[in-house]
Design a binder for this molecule. Structure first.
Ligand code: PMP
Length: 420
């Protein structure tokens, strides 16, 4: 399980039973890479109301028009219940695939609905893409740090992740060239570059526009596919929309989108847009995984896009998140001890913080939780042990007031930790 979201399931109560697992000799080798989240054991405590959690990446759905949505869902079932509750195709509901093309058009992507496959969140798309491309030992290039759920998919298929450094302008083209050179020199097979160009999770940064063409060019030169994950692309705080890599290169980019951050994460509706032949393989893979994504949920999204001002709703989300980002940045400025640095995200959910040398964010976490604040420690976002001086703070879910209080508690914990 990733530490991305705050799960409602409590951690296992019977810890020692794992060692007594009568099935342990049977598991496939790939399960060795399926490890529990670093903070899982702390979840029960971190989820207590007195703890301010800056750890999870849960969207704040308070702004959704629940009453009118309830009416739409009821009328959907009354009018077309047999269709909505029936199996569908693994490819996804055709009308929704057309609407997804309209959503992507807002970012300058021109696509055909045939090349879109609906998925159970973009998490499933990550799994499907890795499933069709990666054999054990294949290399996936990914920014360092990278999305913990993607790293989980890569490791489930026994792919090796090689991180590529970022700076305030996102992925560094020079570091990409170097990583490709190093992996090729040792005979490694690179299958794709996984990148989150906009409002990175967890890095908070956005890839500079001039780097986008360069990254695409480097990958094309070396025959490396680009997998672009863009769940936050429409959540730029000033309404700015950066051109996705897919809008610059339709042939060598597989694009992942999601309604989780722009509508409702619990419906689990996302999509993948891929060159035609790749999309065909993805549909075959998806059939064996789920038969089809939930028809009802797809139809709810489709109905919502038809009947609601979804662009206005995204604007409302953006404004809400901007207010929270501002609360977090001003609290960091006010409270954090000397030597801490962080970035200023202009969209998305996350601030990436570096703490002074000598402090290990993973080791400090239990103490932070006793001080009633939780965060995601940096090491979970790397596969190579890096990140012990980093942490990800999410500003998406708590209110501005709680964010300020959480940062104050975190700053106290850091100050005490330094004095230990
Ligand atoms: N990619 C990134 C970068 C994410 O941050 C998330 C959610 N935290 C996902 C993919 C998965 O999103 P979902 O499956 O809800 O669409």
């Amino acid at each position: 399980m990733s530490d991305e979201h705050q799960p409602t399931t409590p951690p296992e109560k019977h810890g020692p039973a794992r060692n007594l697992d009568a099935h342990r000799a049977r598991y496939a080798q790939r399960t060795a890479g399926m490890t529990a989240s670093e903070v899982r054991a702390l979840f029960a405590v971190a989820n207590r109301p007195e703890v301010v959690s800056l750890a999870g990446g849960m969207p704040n759905l308070a702004a959704l028009p629940l009453d009118s949505l309830a009416g739409e869902v009821a009328s959907l079932i009354a009018q077309d219940g047999q269709g909505a509750l029936q199996y569908g195709s693994a490819h996804g509901v055709p009308e929704l695939r057309e609407q997804i093309c309209d959503v992507m058009a807002m970012e300058g992507i021109s696509a055909h609905p045939d090349d879109v496959m609906v998925t159970v969140g973009s998490q499933m798309a990550l799994d499907m893409v890795t499933r069709i491309f990666c054999d054990p030992g294949d290399v996936v290039l990914a920014e360092g740090p990278s999305y913990v759920g993607a790293l989980g998919s890569f490791s489930a298929y026994q792919a090796e992740v090689v991180h590529v450094a970022m700076d305030d302008d996102g992925l560094q083209p020079e570091a990409l060239r170097e990583a490709i050179g190093n992996v090729t020199a040792r005979g490694g097979r690179i299958k794709f570059l996984y990148t989150i160009p906009n409002f990175h999770n967890p890095g908070g940064v956005t890839m500079a526009l001039n780097r986008r063409a360069e990254v695409l060019e480097i990958c094309a030169q070396h025959g490396i596919l680009v997998v672009e994950d863009n769940p936050y692309g429409l959540l730029g705080f000033d309404g700015q929309v950066y051109p996705p890599l897919r809008s610059l290169d339709a042939d060598n980019v597989v694009y992942l989108g999601s309604f989780s951050k722009t509508f409702a994460s619990g419906l689990r509706v996302g999509w993948v847009l891929a060159p035609h032949a790749v999309r065909e393989k993805l549909v075959l893979a998806a059939e064996s995984a789920t038969l089809c994504p939930p028809t009802l949920n797809q139809m709810i999204v489709s109905r919502y896009l038809t009947t609601h001002d979804w662009k206005g709703q995204i604007k409302a989300f953006r404004e809400q998140y901007r207010e929270r980002r501002d609360a977090m940045l001003s609290a960091l400025e006010q409270h954090m001890p000397e030597g801490c640095t962080w970035n200023t995200p202009d969209g998305g959910f996350f601030v990436w913080v570096t703490v002074p040398e000598g402090i290990d964010t993973k080791a400090m976490l239990p103490r932070a939780v006793t001080q009633r604040v939780a965060y995601a420690s940096g090491t979970g976002f790397y596969t190579d042990g890096f990140g012990s001086r980093q942490m990800r703070l999410s500003f998406c879910y708590p209110t501005p007031e709680r964010i300020r209080e959480g940062v104050r508690r975190l700053a106290n914990t850091l100050t005490e930790e330094r004095e230990l």
